[in-house]
Design a protein. Structure first.
Lengths: 680, 680
């Protein structure tokens, strides 16, 4: 196929390419080669296949498009601009204006270095860290399948859509992508299509340096349908590949497209020099000449936007209005189902969602917070249909199964259940949860706390995107016992508290668990992390000590003395009852102590200064924090005088009851440190 | 095949099984089912194939055995005991005594819940977190191949050994294992054999819930030789499979063994109830009856240890003495090579290893610390042959390539090079580095700092095992610039500082880079993390300010006033010169300030109290820390009066020069906060 602009198709493809080259050159940084290579691949998808109305970019029935190789961001900015995608449903303003593209990678431009979902309507997920986008796409496909199987009724095929993700060598090398592909194949997600840009180029050089696997065979092993397109510029082959995906009803599809990076650039095509740097003015001029492109810099020929409007635009508008008509009929026939679905999509909590929130009686023997957590989760999920999720093969241990009638399981042959089985794939589980959340759901996922390390990159993206994913981590300390140091979190509380825009809850008894869940459900602009014990925790007597509702303020005075305390004891989770025990000892010794329960420091920091001062008066500098983890995140409340009872290094393998005294985490030591802190 | 004890082979296999059942029962926790299932698989390997001398468990030429499914730890404890593995070369004491097994999972027993390499000789790596062991085994196989190809000479086939790893469904579901398998296939590591325990059982139930891929096809796609063994109890098939591995010279081998969990247990075999809990006394009695096992609890029939001595023991002793004879001849013929190899294996640094450590002249324009870092790394690596490693496809950016003659690249068809190309597989890269380190090397690995999240589980294992792996992370802050928030680390310094037993270096100029590397090389009991900039840093004038050698103490006074300072400014990395600039302004304003450079807080904490007090006098409470990350890890030095200049949330996409002022990280703000802190 000639490089020159011989048709409206080719003109539009070259418009994507030239916008990408020009923007990267103006920014003097970025990745031009991949948008140039993939322009025909994305063009064919958008113009001929993607079910998407540019005037209603938030239409719930739209197909999803993910650019997993986020460094190729100019591809999606060019597409959004040329396709005339608006910044809101029915709006007039473009989501990406030409001036935004001219300010690619500049402060306050929505056209950031990597695509950021919260910046630009039409970007379905934030990508850049490799492997994440494709794994998000599995979550989106699961959401679509859930709706299709749970809400459609015979004769009312309203719900369900397709999900496309473009990915690179790098995406496919990342473990998270393999995990996600394995589960997608297992679940037979036939509405999912990955398009692999097989360009043989990586940053260090040719993929032969480090990547020589037979991707097609690997994906066949993973249960995928695989189609090969020998030339990224062959629109006929591309259309046939997309048709083959749509005709496949029992498995996801991988389209392997052989492409040439920086296609058309006379000296830089097929070189890794074209991956991550501007081509230079001279090469751009020569490339445009090769394309037969005679327009000015950043030019957008009117024919190209008209062409997108006539293809994707017209098709998408028709599909959307058709969908709306079908939904209206459905809504009349099945008002309960329609209302439930609309309620989910609203993002709001149903009224009385917390009506059945459990309250727990005082109980010295108590209950493991993983167990009370499971009870609370079930009580809420019954009333909140957007709550769904599961575990990385640890549900019997994390107690996160939804057990009520109708909850169901999301299985290979039945996608209508709310209990998901992610297998031993923590990282993909979290990335999938991001995809579910971006599709309108409130996913929860669970594993042992120590394995939060396995999914940290996806958790960070939950935080960056402000997605209210609920992470439930159990077995939260040396309380794990015999499994030993590899299974005992020590640094994890501190390490997760360090991430901006997350709320970390470590409730201290069953009633704090209940209140923590209440707070979590009302936090819709960030992920929440609930950290729970394997071992039993006493349920505190709330007639004797303060009400657990203080949990929703992050930190509160649980037990107090008259007047100004001599010392403040702070604790979370399994160490809260230890702090209370120390408090009673100090009280008996005539020492005025206060116990502050701090189940969520981030929420406490959000309270007004007067409240914070009322809980932690700055005049009281004798302080002790007790937590079965490292000290670091407590220093801000301890100052130079405060003392810490907790872990200094890794744990050990032994029964939990022996480990707490072995590591000095006891009420006696809290008392001792309290006295030392008072002494100064 | 009958379950009963009809032969010495079967007796020995059943001894593994009964020890495992008894130990888990006594501990009242643990995983009996897998050791029972895999006893014949491991027995066949150890007795007939593994090249291992139980009396010389640290013999460098031994084959390596990794139990990646670490929860089945009783399998390896039983094997070590029955095979009579000693706790040191030529020693008399058993590595695992029967009393250790009786105290399985108890405090101070070497038989911890999961196998810990630093506790027990004969355990080649700490396992438990799934996927890690198999990925470690790739590093071990690479080390063996490196030695084989770099040190063997025609007629002198001394070096090289095989590496075996037993793994579970869970290992193979983890992304890190897929990354590791992909690179092993790419590199054609024909000395690597994974044995996959295909038992169809996971914690949530049958693997059909979440794992239905065709593992054989996937691994063929990854470039592996695949052998299937239909019955874990068929010793003939097992022997044939191991022989097939040994006969395969161009790719790694996966042996898929169909097993029955808790094999022989009348009611619990093939149930997930047998995975992670004791069988119970009654079931154990019935199982022993089925085995025809009439011995007491924890019995070890003498025939079984004699049998191991006659098979593995005799074969291993002969192989080792043969190896030693060959090595002696080699050493005479190639003394330089032999000495180099012995020097590596000693774990010590060569004399004069730091002779060429670069010194950098003062330079206001300066150099990016990734660039000076690359220069220093090369200067050291030239003299330290144990240093080898590479990058996850970012070497041109991280500047970690070894460029001197003879360094070479470790490629699919040439395993003799020191530059490794891990592909875009950060997690496997770190797990492989652990494997290289366990094999006697000092590996370095590199990627962008933000992607440290991808490899955190392996970094934690470096710390638990005390392995001196060197992590080199570049692009360490918003200084990344245009790539935006997904690529800008913010919380990572704090999050890594939270891990016990690591040393995190963030040098502030080129001379601190040099000194940081010096400190790193001398730290042999823990991993070191060096964090470097993308952007240029001024090289400070060390005639005007203190010498950079203070870096090796972790923190030092860089610039001072006469007498007691009114305020202390603390900084690391790219913010160090900002602190110096603020100091000069304060000085000009007549304010007595001190600048403390704190490139490694962990090393500073290891200094004696007098030194710490001399650097940070407790009487000076007006303090400012400046670091382009979150505050949390600075609170301990700031107390309630100190101020922080840094990041509160995620970054943004823009040129780096604009981002620092945009986020308020400027010398002006350091001055302002210093004055505010003095005011109190």
């Amino acid at each position: 196929m000639s490089v020159s602009t011989t048709s409206i198709e080719q003109l539009t493809i070259n418009a994507i390419r030239t916008l990408s080259m020009d923007a990267v050159q103006a920014a003097n940084s970025g990745h031009p080669g991949t948008p140039m290579a993939l322009a025909p691949v994305a063009y064919t998808l958008w113009s001929n296949h993607l079910n998407y109305d540019p005037n209603y970019p938030r239409w719930a029935g739209r197909d999803r498009f993910v650019l997993s190789c986020g460094h190729a961001s100019m591809l999606i900015y060019s597409l959004l601009h040329l396709a005339g995608v608006k910044n809101k449903n029915g709006g007039d303003e473009l989501s990406v204006k030409i001036d935004d593209i001219k300010r690619f990678r500049q402060l306050h431009s929505p056209c950031a270095g990597h695509p950021e979902s919260y910046e630009v309507t039409g970007i379905e997920t934030t990508t850049g860290p490799l492997g994440q986008g494709v794994a998000n796409s599995v979550g989106m496909a699961m959401a679509a399948e859930y709706e299709r199987t749970r809400y459609n009724r015979p004769g009312h095929e309203v719900f369900g859509y397709d999900v496309y993700a473009i990915c690179s060598d790098g995406d496919l090398m990342e473990g998270v992508a393999c995990e996600a592909a394995s589960i997608a194949g297992h679940l037979k997600l036939s509405n999912l299509c990955w398009i692999y840009d097989d360009n043989h180029i990586t940053i260090e050089g040719d993929t032969e340096l480090a990547f020589s696997e037979d991707v097609a065979t690997r994906f066949e092993g993973l249960g995928w349908h695989v189609v090969k397109v020998a030339d990224a510029n062959n629109l006929g082959l591309l259309n046939a590949a997309y048709d083959s995906f749509k005709a496949t009803e029992d498995k996801p599809t991988l389209i392997i497209v052989r492409s040439i990076i920086a296609w058309g650039a006379p000296t830089m095509a097929n070189t890794h020099g074209a991956h991550g740097a501007p081509l230079g003015e001279a090469e751009i001029a020569a490339t445009k000449e090769a394309y037969g492109w005679s327009y000015d810099k950043f030019a957008v020929p009117t024919e190209t936007t008209e062409h997108f409007a006539e293809t994707m635009g017209a098709r998408g508008a028709s599909a959307r209005t058709d969908w709306e008509a079908k939904f209206a009929v459905y809504e009349k026939a099945f008002p309960a189902e329609a209302n439930e679905w609309k309620q989910i999509m609203s993002g709001d909590l149903p009224t009385e969602w917390d009506a059945e929130l459990p309250k727990f009686d005082a109980n010295p023997k108590g209950v493991a917070s993983r167990a009370s957590g499971g009870q609370v989760l079930n009580a809420i999920a019954k009333s909140v249909p957007s709550l769904l999720g599961g575990s990385a093969d640890l549900e019997p241990s994390t107690k996160t199964g939804l057990k009520f009638p109708g909850a169901g399981s999301f299985l290979a042959d039945d996608h209508s259940g709310r209990n998901m089985h992610f297998g031993i794939r923590e990282h993909a589980m979290a990335a999938i949860a991001n995809g579910l959340c971006l599709s309108g759901y409130r996913p929860f996922i669970s594993t042992f706390f120590v394995f939060s390390d396995y999914l940290r990159p996806s958790m960070r993206l939950s935080a960056i995107m402000g997605l209210p994913v609920l992470y439930i981590f159990t077995h939260d300390s040396i309380g794990v016992g015999e499994d030993g140091p590899t299974h005992q979190p020590v640094e994890h509380l501190t390490a997760i508290r360090a991430i901006p825009n997350v709320a970390v809850f470590r409730p201290g008894d069953a009633n704090e668990v209940s209140q923590a869940y209440k707070a979590v459900m009302e936090l819709t602009d960030r992920p929440s992390i609930i950290v729970l014990t394997r071992q039993n925790l006493p349920t505190l007597d709330r007639d004797k000590y303060a009400c657990a509702s203080g949990t929703t303020r992050g930190g509160y005075v649980l037990a107090d003395c008259g007047g100004t305390p001599e010392v403040i004891l702070m604790a979370t989770g399994s160490e809260l009852s230890m702090a209370v025990e120390a408090y009673e000892t100090l009280k008996a010794d005539g020492i005025k102590a206060r116990v502050v329960s701090m189940p969520c420091a981030e929420l406490f920091e959000n309270q007004d200064a007067a409240y914070q001062e009322s809980v932690l008066p700055s005049s009281v500098v004798a302080r002790v924090a007790v937590e079965a983890g490292v000290r670091q995140s407590w220093d801000k409340y301890l100052g130079f005088r405060g003392r810490f009872v907790g872990m200094k290094g890794f744990g050990a393998s032994a029964p939990a009851d022996e480990l707490f005294p072995y590591f000095g985490i006891t009420a006696e030591n809290v008392v001792k440190e309290a006295k030392a802190s008072i002494a100064g």
